[in-house]
Each structure stands twice: as structure tokens, then as C-alpha cells.
Design a protein around this ligand. Structure first.
Ligand code: NAD
Length: 484
């Protein structure tokens, strides 16, 4: 499929107070296809007046949305889920064009995101309070939970539909309204999502979507006295800056930040299963996944066999434009990631690591980097210390399980972790002791609508999804009434 044979890339827009505002009436930036380097479209930038209007509109809308029935809120979220399933092909096509992932992965992202909208639609009916038995029979003590107010959210470019939808559904489902700034690198899916909410009948002002210079927008929104809560998914350095600003203004903050997920493959593991599954997760979205397995610790007895099978499986990925039928791994989102992969590989090799497969960027247009496996990677290599966020997998050998547990927990990250073993004792031992928000044993089971996603340590605070999903958007109020 060539780009010229495709329908046009859908027009991009700001969405403020129920109105779509296009690039024709605003300053804008180019949106680039990472597979070809070609300009796809123009993304309008919000002016200061736009930001003021968005916040004022969210504030106005909050006064009625906060009292809306959860059944009505659920109906809108459910309609968005239906529309997302109906439009999955067209949303996925543009998502592949501006983000790069293979079309099948993009379609899966849209379809599975619809389940998140359904989950929030159901779960918002269960925002319960409680009655506390009084000391005096003439007193009634009630605890209620109320929406916190106007929220500001910042979603990333790696899963632009899923991550934007999750933040919108959590805010709206709880009765909050929001201004969201998705990532400028891959905007089409977020704009498509705003159109779905508009079509589903969301009242004007409940959702506002803005684009521009990330630091300017986050600074304005976090300082605004109207905004009561922020949510950010992205890198740790940016997350720390935004959390510090939120702290200075006493705003609640949910942070889903980077990880560097350790994988422990033990001697007793099913090596075929471990190699196949791990290569599949590592190659997903070209490794640009916050929960991607990224530090591979393999026990001595199976190190050679695992490395061989894992490298074969990972290198079988076919690199190319995500719109081409044969492609199983797309480009990296931008040139910064390609330069980062080159730096990681050069550093690890200079310290004694061996390149088993891959190791280089592809020549020509587009931001492609080969699926890469490094063997015997020293712990001091940069790639063992910093999140790769790309298709490079460093392998290191270990002898003793408790010794490797110390190495796995030694970094400041704490998002996901993976263990492959047939031992129930080891499974319990390690899952209790790994310092991570999510532990996967012999499979990959994270990021479902009904399960909480979140990290510990520098990987963030708070959870999205699961029955925890509305917690950060609700305040707790205690009411004590004299009844006699
Ligand atoms: P980056 O730090 O430049 O930006 C990360 C994200 O934050 C981008 O979406 C960017 O638009 C946004 N951003 C940057 N400065 C901001 C600000 N002041 N206010 C609001 N938003 C701001 O990193 P990058 O090169 O774009 O991406 C690579 C890194 O991002 C990776 O190392 C990874 O840790 C992280 N990342 C994490 C996730 C995740 O799911 N946790 C998703 C995408 C990227």
C-alpha cells in the first residue's frame, strides 16, 4: 500500500468547548510519518486565549457534569466504545502513519481500548461511599466521594489512542471534566477520539483537547487555580518536573512514568515458551512500551539456549512501513530514539558485550533500528541502567536467584517485571520481593481494563485501570448529621 493510494490523513484539530478548531486558523507544526520522513499534516497550536477558553469551559461544564447520573456518563462511554470498534480501521490507518507501528498492532490498540471505555462505563456505577456507626444514636455519619474538579492530563505518543482514552474515561467517568494535551508526535488517534466523544453526545466543555509546546501548556494548566488534579504518562525526568510543579500548587498528581523491567529466566523455566513470549513483547511497538521486558537476567544453565532461541525469534521481525502487509516491526517514533539505540549498543560493546543479532540503524528514510540482542552485557553498561525504549535487548547471566533479585531491585525503576520458572516456591518468593508495580509470571498479563497499572519508586505514583481507576479523581467527604 502506498501513501498516495490511501485516503487523506484526517485533518487535525484542537477541541475546545465542543468546537473543533483546525490548523487553517492557528499556528501549527508539521506531523511527520516516521517510516518515510514525509509530512502528513498540520497540527494546530493552542494560543493562550485558547487555553483560557478551554479551562473556563471545563470549569463551566463541571458544574453540571459533576451531578450527572453515572448511568448517563456510562452511556456516553459505552457509545464511544461502540464507535471505536466501528471506526477501528480508519483510526488505525492514521495511527500507523503518524506513530509507525504495524497496522495490525494499531488496530488491536483501538479495539482493546474500546474495552477500557466499557470498563469505565460499568465501574462508574460503583463509586460508593459508606456509613460509619455513630457513638450517639442521634448522629448519622456518612462518607461520600465526589469528583475532584477540572483535571489536566498529558498522554504519550507510544499508545496514543489507548493512553488518551484511559485518561479521558477515568476523568469523565468519575464526574470530572478535563483539558488534555496528548503527544504532538502522533496526534491523529487522539483527535479521532475527541470526534468519537463529540458524536457520542458529550456535553461541550467536558472534554477539551489542546496541542502546542508541551512545557508551555503544562505550565499554564498546572498553575491554573481551576485545575485540581493532573495526570501524566511519559518519561521520568518530565514526570518529576510536572509532579514538583503540581506539589508547589498542591495539586493531586498521577504519574505513569518509564520503567526498566527486569526479566528473570530461571534454569527450570520452559525455555521455548520464555524465548517466544519475550521476543513477542520485546518487539511490540518496536520496544517503545513502558512495560517492555528490558533487562534480561538468564540463569547460567540455560543462558546459551535462551539467547539463541530468543535472538532467532526477535530477529524474525520484518522491519518496514507499518502499512505494508508483511511488516511486523515499524520505525521508532523519532530520530532521538534511533540515536539513543546507537549510543546504547556502542557503549555496551565498548564494555565487552557481544552483539548476537542486529545492532545498527537502517540506512535511508525513516527511523528504523534493527531488533538487537546483546549477550554478556555488563551491569555498568548504560543500557542496563537506563530505559532503552527501543528494540535492543541486553542479556546478562546469573548464578543465584537471591543475588539476581538484588540486581533486579537495584535500579530506581519499579514498573513491570517478569519471571520465568516452573517452581511455585520461586514464583511466590520472587513476586513478593520484586520492587515493581506489576509482576508477570510465565506470561504477560498487564494493562487489562480490570487490572491496575502503575509503578513504584521513580516509575510513578497512582494507578490507572482496575477498581482503583477513579480513586485519584475523587475526594472523600465526611458528613456528620445530628438527626435527633
Ligand atoms: P521526552 O521526555 O522528551 O517526552 C516524553 C513525553 O512527555 C512526550 O510525550 C512529550 O510530549 C511530553 N513532554 C515533554 N516535556 C513536557 C512538559 N514539560 N510538559 C508536558 N509534557 C511534556 O521523551 P521522548 O524522547 O519523547 O520519549 C522517550 C522517553 O519517554 C522514554 O525514555 C520513556 O521513558 C518515555 N515514555 C514513557 C511512556 C510511558 O508509557 N510511561 C510513554 C512514552 C514515552
Amino acid at each position: 500500500m502506498t501513501e498516495t493510494a490511501l485516503p487523506d490523513y484526517a485533518p487535525l484539530a484542537l477541541y475546545i468547548d465542543g468546537q473543533f478548531i483546525g490548523a487553517d486558523v492557528r499556528g501549527s507544526e508539521d506531523v511527520i510519518n516516521p517510516a518515510t520522513g514525509r509530512v502528513l499534516g498540520q497540527l494546530p497550536h493552542a494560543t493562550l486565549a485558547d487555553l483560557e477558553t478551554a479551562v473556563a469551559s471545563a470549569s463551566r461544564a463541571f458544574e453540571s457534569w459533576r451531578w450527572s447520573s453515572p448511568l448517563d456518563r456510562g452511556r456516553i462511554l459505552r457509545r464511544v466504545a461502540e464507535l471505536a470498534r466501528e471506526r477501528a480501521d480508519e483510526i488505525a490507518r492514521d495511527l500507523t502513519r503518524d506513530q509507525g507501528k504495524p497496522l495490525g498492532e494499531a488496530r488491536l490498540e483501538v479495539i482493546t481500548s474500546a474495552d477500557h471505555a466499557d470498563w469505565h462505563a460499568e465501574e462508574c456505577r460503583r463509586i460508593y461511599g459508606r456509613l460509619i456507626p455513630p457513638r450517639n444514636a442521634n448522629v448519622r455519619q456518612t462518607v461520600i466521594r465526589q469528583p475532584i474538579g477540572v483535571c489536566a492530563s498529558f498522554s504519550p505518543w507510544n499508545f496514543p489512542f489507548n493512553q488518551t482514552l484511559r485518561k479521558i474515561c477515568a476523568a469523565l467517568g468519575s464526574g470530572c471534566t478535563l483539558v488534555i494535551k496528548p503527544a504532538e508526535d502522533a496526534p491523529s488517534a487522539a483527535v479521532a477520539l475527541a470526534r468519537l466523544f463529540h458524536e457520542a453526545g458529550l456535553p461541550p466543555g467536558c472534554l477539551n483537547m489542546v496541542w502546542g509546546k508541551p512545557a508551555e501548556i503544562s505550565d499554564y494548566l498546572i498553575r491554573s487555580p481551576v485545575v485540581r488534579k493532573i495526570s501524566f504518562t511519559g518519561s521520568i525526568p518530565v514526570g518529576k518536573q510536572l509532579a514538583a510543579l503540581a506539589g508547589a500548587h498542591m495539586k493531586r498528581a498521577t504519574m505513569e512514568l518509564g520503567g526498566h523491567s527486569p526479566v528473570l529466566v530461571c534454569d527450570d523455566a520452559d525455555i521455548d515458551q520464555a524465548a517466544t513470549l519475550l521476543a513477542a513483547y520485546k518487539g511490540l511497538n518496536a520496544g517503545q512500551v513502558c512495560m517492555a521486558p528490558s533487562r534480561f537476567y538468564v540463569q547460567k544453565g540455560v543462558a546459551a539456549e535462551f539467547t539463541d532461541k530468543f535472538a532467532k525469534a526477535l530477529s524474525s521481525r520484518v522491519l518496514g512501513d507499518g502499512l505494508d502487509a508483511g511488516t511486523t516491526m515499524g520505525p521508532l517514533a523519532h530520530d532521538r530514539r534511533v540515536r539513543a539505540m546507537e549510543g546504547f549498543v556502542a557503549d555496551a560493546v565498548s564494555r565487552g558485550a557481544e552483539v548476537v543479532v542486529g545492532g545498527a540503524a537502517l540506512k535511508g528514510d525513516g527511523h528504523f533500528f534493527e531488533p538487537t540482542v546483546l549477550f554478556n552485557t555488563p551491569d555498568e553498561s548504560r543500557i542496563m541502567l537506563e530505559e532503552p525504549f527501543g528494540p535492543v535487548a541486553p542479556i546478562s547471566i546469573f548464578d543465584d536467584v537471591d543475588e539476581v533479585l538484588g540486581r533486579a531491585n537495584a535500579l530506581p525503576f519499579g514498573l513491570a517485571s517478569y519471571v520465568f520458572t516452573r517452581s511455585l516456591r520461586l514464583s511466590h518468593h520472587l513476586s513478593a520481593r520484586l520492587e515493581a508495580g506489576m509482576v508477570n509470571i510465565n506470561h504477560f498479563g498487564s494493562a487489562l481494563p480490570e487490572t491496575p497499572l502503575g509503578g513504584v519508586k521513580d516509575s510513578g505514583m497512582g494507578s490507572e485501570g482496575g477498581s482503583e481507576t477513579f480513586d485519584a479523581y475523587l475526594t472523600t467527604k465526611f458528613i456528620s448529621e445530628a438527626t435527633g
